[in-house]
Write a protein that binds this ligand. Structure first.
Ligand SMILES: Nc1ncnc2c1ncn2[C@@H]1O[C@H](COP(=O)(O)OP(=O)(O)OP(=O)(O)O)[C@@H](O)[C@H]1O
Length: 221
């Protein structure tokens, strides 16, 4: 799916966060939202994911203007097409690792259910195999970040919104996460990443400098 911001501005509490941002994020290619701390990378990511309303301009999904989507349409979009890996990870600390991935339990809530093969794959790919029964609250920050990614892998959504995916990871896990995100893109998904990480940026095909008023750069391979 193609996600586009067309000349959008965001004002929060009377303060302009950014003005006139335009970017086009395409399937099969990773988009990096880059820029100085406070430039508005997370804010722009949230606007593209319809988590935050824009003050001016439009958000387009596959060329359809969705700026005025109501809450039901937004929820449908999130449910059917999107996985988020955001800075607070969206992890439920009181639930098991496995539940945090599949988000499904049996009727009486005693047993985690879902697609076993996809669950195993997502645990393996994120290095969390063997930890499925642990409480998510017991995981470290970096492990929670990988758990959020495991949920995204399990869902295998069309669009992945990722905020600072490598921020609290060591070099090995950073590389692993970059590989996983690249794999999403290679399989035709739209991957949008807010990042400061040079290695992550290097792996992205579209670079958008937030707040610079310059056009995005599309790298040729
Ligand atoms: N809910 C909010 N209320 C008030 N100000 C906000 C809110 N969200 C963002 N801002 C402001 O918008 C600006 C951009 O924030 P944002 O988090 O998008 O920047 P960023 O480029 O992602 O920063 P960093 O690289 O440090 O994570 C900041 O000055 C921030 O204080």
């Amino acid at each position: 799916m193609i996600i586009e911001a067309q000349d959008i501005s965001v004002k929060i509490g009377g303060r302009i966060v950014f003005e006139g941002e335009s970017v086009s994020c395409k399937p099969g290619i990773m988009t990096a939202l880059i820029g100085a701390s406070g430039s508005g990378k997370t804010t722009l990511l949230h606007c593209l994911g319809l988590l935050l309303p824009v003050s001016k301009g439009s958000i387009l999904i596959n060329k359809n203007d969705v700026t005025k989507y109501g809450s039901a349409a937004r929820r449908r979009f999130w449910r059917d097409h999107v996985a988020f890996v955001l800075q607070d990870y969206g992890i439920m600390d009181g639930e098991s690792v496995a539940f945090n991935i599949t988000m499904q339990t049996s009727v009486f809530g005693r047993r985690v259910i879902g697609n076993k093969e996809r669950l195993t794959q997502s645990l393996e790919k994120t290095g969390l195999k063997g930890r499925e029964k642990e409480l998510a609250g017991h995981l470290s920050g970096g492990e929670k970040q990988r758990l959020a990614l495991a949920r995204a892998i399990y869902k295998d959504a069309d669009i992945l919104f990722v905020d600072e995916p490598t921020a609290s990871l060591d070099a090995t896990n950073r590389r692993k996460v970059i590989e996983l995100l690249t794999d999403f893109a290679v399989r035709g998904r739209t991957v949008i990443v807010s990042t400061h990480d040079a290695e992550m940026i290097e792996s992205c095909g579209i670079l958008h400098q937030v707040g610079s008023k310059t056009n995005s750069i599309t790298k040729s391979y």
